[in-house]
Design a protein around this ligand. Structure first.
Ligand SMILES: NC(=O)c1ccc[n+]([C@@H]2O[C@H](COP(=O)([O-])OP(=O)(O)OC[C@H]3O[C@@H](n4cnc5c(N)ncnc54)[C@H](OP(=O)(O)O)[C@@H]3O)[C@@H](O)[C@H]2O)c1
Length: 268
């Protein structure tokens, strides 16, 4: 796929730096690789997947020396102001600047009505809404310095068409979607804030708590006008478009093979 968008050159002419949360694998890793391919230095953030993150950084540094670093942190650090300050210091001490912040990390699992617990609420809202907001706030001074931007990974189910059984996830992503629009207003004109809303671009890992049954996978594919699951690269493509789109802010691009056209607020 052609990912030829011009890298946004920071004011000071240095090589731009992108941080992608939860980017050891899947969509996050695709964004990191695409940005690196366009000349970015990248900060790969991860929590449990440090081995994958280090392997990705090694591969990228092999291509271009000193162009990728890994930072490991549970995003729960946003709950503690001194832990958050330490995390921000770690981020800023890697390359000394930040041009693009991509909110990709997320938890995704069902929370059926009648079985919703505080722990699910806390985890789903932490990863999908609270951490993106508090990280954006903490990194704003550095993004302003670079006239940088933020891109958030949202979901077609964050707006109008809830995913059945995923009430808390839907609510958290809806909050994140409104964050994108609110911050676009608050951070302009220095910093742009946009979002990408995937449909189904990578199925959850089969042996994880996020797994989707084979029958449900088949109905999902049948419901997509493009008749296939998307590719992580197709999300990365839109993220890079938004990074280079200097007059676009508060925008949310849907990348779903037309799936949202067929949704009636249910599983398929
Ligand atoms: N996959 C899709 O088709 C799809 C559809 C709609 C929307 N999206 C959105 O697109 C983004 C990427 O999707 P994905 O499926 O590639 O994501 P994913 O694999 O479900 O999650 C990405 C990463 O989030 C990190 N994460 C989770 N909890 C964390 C925590 N407490 N602290 C730090 N990191 C944490 C994990 O990092 P570690 O592994 O290092 O712990 C994980 O690898 C997500 O925001 C998702 O909601 C994806």
């Amino acid at each position: 796929m052609n990912l030829d968008y011009n890298v946004t050159q920071p004011n000071n002419g240095s090589t731009p730096v992108m941080l992608v949360t939860g980017s050891a694998k899947r969509i996050g890793a695709a964004i990191v690789k695409a940005a690196h391919n366009q000349g970015y230095r990248v900060i790969i953030h991860c929590h449990q997947s440090e081995q994958d993150a280090q392997a990705l950084a090694t591969q990228l540094n092999h291509t271009r020396a000193n162009s990728a670093v890994v930072i490991v942190a549970d995003l729960a650090i946003v709950e503690d102001s001194s832990a958050l300050a330490e995390f921000i210091e770690d981020i800023m001490s890697t390359f000394g600047q930040l041009d693009v912040l991509v909110h990709n990390a997320s938890r995704f699992y069902p929370s059926p009505l009648g079985d919703i617990h505080h722990a699910q609420w806390d985890e789903l809202f932490l990863t999908n809404a609270k951490a993106p907001l508090l990280l954006s706030q903490a990194l704003l001074p550095y993004l302003k310095e670079q006239k940088g931007c933020i891109v958030s990974l949202l979901d077609i189910h964050a707006h109008d068409k809830p995913f059945s059984n995923y009430i808390v996830y839907n609510m958290a992503k809806a909050a994140h979607r409104m964050m994108v629009q609110s911050l676009a207003l608050e951070m302009a004109p220095e910093v742009r804030v946009n979002g990408v809303a995937p449909g189904v671009n990578v199925l959850p890992e089969a042996n994880s708590d996020q797994a989707i049954e084979a029958k449900q996978q088949r109905s999902i594919i049948n419901s997509i006008p493009m008749r296939r699951i998307g590719h992580p690269d197709e999300i990365a493509h839109s993220v890079l478009y938004l990074v280079g789109a200097h007059y676009v802010t508060g925008e949310i691009i849907t990348v779903d093979g037309g799936r949202s056209l067929t949704l009636a607020g249910s599983l398929v």
